[in-house]
Design a protein around this ligand. Structure first.
Ligand SMILES: [Zn+2]
Length: 154
């Protein structure tokens, strides 16, 4: 008698488990594939990626492919300009051919502030690094005079 009751419970338990798991985990058909690597998926029905690696790789890709906003573009260029100017601008004042910086991605249209000296020359700054474009008549090219921000330039 007791054995029969236990057997009956066991059967019920199996049925419960079956219903529970078929609800939570459906057997994946071969058409379900990882959204990133395209490998067939197994496990939960709502699974989209095979691994957490694929999930983060996909999200990174999405973010990278998304067109950048104007704010992000300007922000990026300003920081890039500063980064390019910094190593060239160690001795207070330096003169350099503009094309050297342009090759590295420098864009003189992007600056954060300016300073006009007594002669009327307008130095454009990317944060603390400034530049003045001067045309070299003899060599027919632009040179940049690089300076660092000083307190008197306020
Ligand atoms: Zn994957």
């Amino acid at each position: 008698m007791l054995n029969r009751i236990i057997a009956c419970f066991k059967t019920k338990l199996v049925v419960y488990l079956y219903v529970y798991y078929s609800y939570k985990y459906t057997i994946m058909t071969s058409t379900s594939k990882c959204k990133y690597c395209n490998e067939p998926l197994s496990g939960r029905a709502d699974k989209v990626f095979c691994t957490t690696y694929c999930k983060s790789a996909y999200q990174y890709q999405q973010k990278k492919d998304k067109p950048k906003s104007l704010f992000e573009q300007v922000d990026y260029q300003l920081k890039l300009n500063r980064k390019i100017l910094k190593p060239f601008n160690k001795n207070g004042v330096t003169t350099i051919r503009e094309e050297v910086l342009l090759k590295e991605g420098f864009n003189p249209k992007y600056f954060t502030n300016y300073w006009k000296n007594e002669k009327g020359d307008v130095y454009l700054f990317c944060y603390e690094y400034g530049f003045l474009r001067k045309f070299d008549q003899r060599k027919k090219l632009y040179r940049l005079i690089l300076v660092q921000w000083q307190a008197y330039m306020k």
